[in-house]
Design a protein around this ligand. Structure first.
Ligand SMILES: [Zn+2]
Length: 508
């Protein structure tokens, strides 16, 4: 920083005139400074860091980022920033500053003692919560009002499925177009950010959801609705496809054969899991018959319709291995005992047992990585989501596993990091306010001890997290982790024990 000593007012005045900053972000600098002075808004300067800003531009060594309140106000060379006694300075020398991360497929933010701190301590400053219900709507609002420290929450509606469903409450089951429209109107009344669609929606109900969403300007996203061809769902407006369900079939030389088999199979109310199991097995077999020409047409269709893929490798990795493979994950200490018990109950419904099954699932998982890489190279948008709160998928921590998988899939460190920052924001319609380190955008940042472009695992090496302008240093983050661990390990039945209300579905 410059040796010039500036008081707070001078510093803010400098900010309003200092190059491509506030004005470029569409903020009237004078108004901004006046309001900041009046409100006594905290000024934070991260100085000396290499800024990896999430754009396609090069990393910028020895840079400073000035935060005023919850906004990024200025980004530029450290040497240009005047010294300001009243600003809080974060020493970024030798460190790397990246945008805050988004987990684009999360659950369970309402576990308020564990989920919000685990996300933030891992640099996850935003999540797309994939199932809305009363408790997590309350938590969303508490975070938004500043009553609870947590990531930004983009919240789904209730999951909307057909009259037969794998899921119990709080899923919304709709049998026809009329019920489907009513479900969308309920989602709007609950201030849902998008509608979540699910496997067993009847065709007419799906069409009604798409139409009602379009009329109200509400996005919808979710699982492959089996009664639709994936590209028809994409054409109708489905914004994302979760977990890679249906992707192997859609890109296979056996596509038509397998789709015909699924078309002929009813959803059995007495054994609702049967259809899912068949579809998953056909996906696995289809992955062995990848057809580049079929795939190219599918990817082109997704791209045309603006539908993204959300492969959720973190959860798919778990279900591709034997049920006890992750039983000793050290991060289990952050999971309430009663949830761990649920996990051990569900997981065997999905996991391979015989050596042959285990080998098959390994091949299938590798194929999913390849498919995501092919889709990415074809220009299809890829999201980074974990499906945390499903077995051995942990709030916050598992997004780092997802980053590893995205790199392995072929995105490379820069694109993987962009997937969970810039691209996530763009997908959510927040490109103007989030996702990159750019003046005018929200002050969600992560300061790392090592270079994420050299090795994506550096994103785990967190020195400081900034969430909506609030600075959480290493000591604070460690305390948050310790408190979350303590909360998770309170004995069930204790006065302050958690109640189990895990609404997560045991099915991604
Ligand atoms: Zn999920």
């Amino acid at each position: 920083m410059l040796r010039v000593e500036a008081n707070r007012r001078d510093f803010l005045r400098w900010l309003t005139t200092a190059g491509a900053g506030l004005a470029a972000a569409g903020i009237a600098p004078a108004v901004f400074a006046r309001e900041a002075v009046a409100a006594g808004t905290e000024v934070v300067v991260v100085t000396g860091a290499t800024v990896v800003d999430g754009t396609d531009g090069p990393a910028r060594p020895d840079s400073a980022v000035v935060l005023v309140g919850d906004r990024i106000a200025w980004v530029g060379p450290s040497a240009e920033v005047p010294r300001c006694g009243s600003a809080r300075v974060v020493d970024g020398r030798g460190r790397f500053l990246v945008p805050g991360l988004w987990d684009m497929h999360a659950h369970g933010i309402d576990y308020e003692d564990t989920s919000p701190p685990l996300f933030l301590a891992n640099g996850v400053t935003g999540i797309r919560e994939m199932q809305g219900y009363d408790e997590n709507r309350v938590t969303r609002d508490r975070i938004a009002r500043g009553e609870l420290l947590g990531p930004r929450v983009v919240l789904a509606s209730a999951i909307i499925d057909g009259p037969v469903s794998l899921l119990g409450p709080p899923v919304t089951k709709v049998a026809n177009a009329e019920e489907a429209r009513a479900a969308v109107r309920t989602a709007i009344a609950q201030r849902s950010d998008f509608v979540k669609v699910y496997f067993y929606l009847p065709k007419d109900a799906f069409a009604a959801i798409a139409d009602e969403c379009r009329r109200h300007g509400l996005p919808f996203a979710g699982h492959w609705p089996y009664r639709l061809r994936p590209l028809d769902a994409a054409r109708a407006g489905q914004r994302s496809f979760e977990h890679s369900f249906g992707l192997p079939i859609a890109t296979s030389s056996r596509r038509d054969e397998f789709l015909a088999r699924l078309d002929a199979q009813p959803f059995d109310p007495k054994a609702p899991r049967d259809f899912f199991n068949l579809a998953r097995e056909l996906d696995r077999q289809a992955a062995l018959a990848y057809d580049p020409a079929t795939a190219a047409r599918h990817f082109a269709g997704l791209k045309t319709h603006g539908s993204w893929l959300s492969p959720t490798f973190a959860v798919n990795r778990v279900i591709s291995r034997p049920a006890d493979a992750f039983a000793h994950d050290p991060r289990n200490k952050y999971v309430p005992r009663e949830i761990l018990d649920l996990w051990t109950g569900w997981l065997p419904l999905f996991t391979p047992v015989t050596p042959e099954q285990i080998a098959q699932q390994e091949v299938y998982f590798e194929a999913q990585l390849r498919l995501a890489g092919e889709a990415h190279r074809a220009g299809v948008g890829i999201l980074g989501g974990t499906d945390c709160q499903n077995p051995y998928v942990f709030p916050g921590f598992s997004l780092h596993d997802e980053l590893d998988f995205l790199v392995e899939a072929g995105l490379g460190p820069r694109r993987a990091l962009q997937a969970v920052t810039r691209d996530a924001a763009a997908f959510l319609g927040r490109a103007g306010t989030a996702g990159t380190i750019t003046p005018g955008k929200v002050a969600d940042l992560v300061l790392l001890d090592a270079d994420p472009l050299a090795d994506i695992r550096a994103v785990r090496r967190i020195d400081t997290v900034v969430t909506a302008g609030r600075v959480l240093g290493r000591a604070t983050l460690d305390k948050m982790l310790a408190d979350a661990e303590a909360a998770a390990n309170r004995p069930a039945g204790a006065a302050n024990a958690r109640s189990v209300r895990l609404p997560v579905h045991g099915c991604c």
